[in-house]
Write a protein that binds this ligand. Structure first.
Ligand code: ASC
Length: 159
């Protein structure tokens, strides 16, 4: 059988597309079920919260600005922020499992993703300030991170 050059190009395109789709579906989230997706995103958000508390203590001057503590938690917030949008890829509205995630996450996904992206940017600045040991910039950056948390929670988390 001879396959025309045009056909080969078309087939290669399909293979690349299928490959990319596979990579994306595994990279987006490992969750197969709604229960897994909910557990994953809750663990991610809890981990961010657990890092925000010590960072907030440092920003408020309540605890020493220990650079190792600052960088560890800032790095964690930034890393988790990068996985946040994908952790909500699975639409769990009809799962019957109670959670604080509002349905608007999936009806306004573009806005939700924009708000997640704002956290990625803000936490990247936080990470840079912490790693530079620049406490003044760190304080400003943490305020901006907290603001992005709040903006998303106001729209997308049950009160
Ligand atoms: C935090 C934390 C949040 C946000 C939010 C900001 O430290 O755990 O959920 O900041 O309170 O408004």
């Amino acid at each position: 059988m001879t396959i025309s050059r045009k056909m080969m190009v078309a087939l290669a395109g399909v293979a690349t597309f299928a490959g990319a789709a596979m990579v994306q579906s595994t990279a987006a989230t490992a969750a197969d079920t709604a229960a897994e997706a909910i557990a994953e995103r809750q663990a991610l958000l809890k981990s961010m919260g657990d890092s925000m508390r010590p960072l907030s203590g440092i920003a408020r001057g309540r605890v020493d600005a220990d650079k190792a503590v600052m960088t560890r938690h800032a790095n964690n917030v930034a890393a988790k922020a990068r996985g946040l949008a994908a952790s909500f890829n699975k639409d769990t509205r009809s799962s019957g499992i109670a959670s604080d995630a509002l349905p608007a996450i999936w009806t306004s996904k573009a806005d939700f993703n924009r708000k997640s992206a704002a956290l990625v940017t803000a936490s990247g600045r936080l990470q840079a300030a912490a790693n530079a040991g620049d406490v003044a910039s760190f304080r400003t950056a943490l305020g901006a991170v907290g603001q992005t948390c709040k903006e998303c929670h106001d729209s997308y988390r049950a009160k």
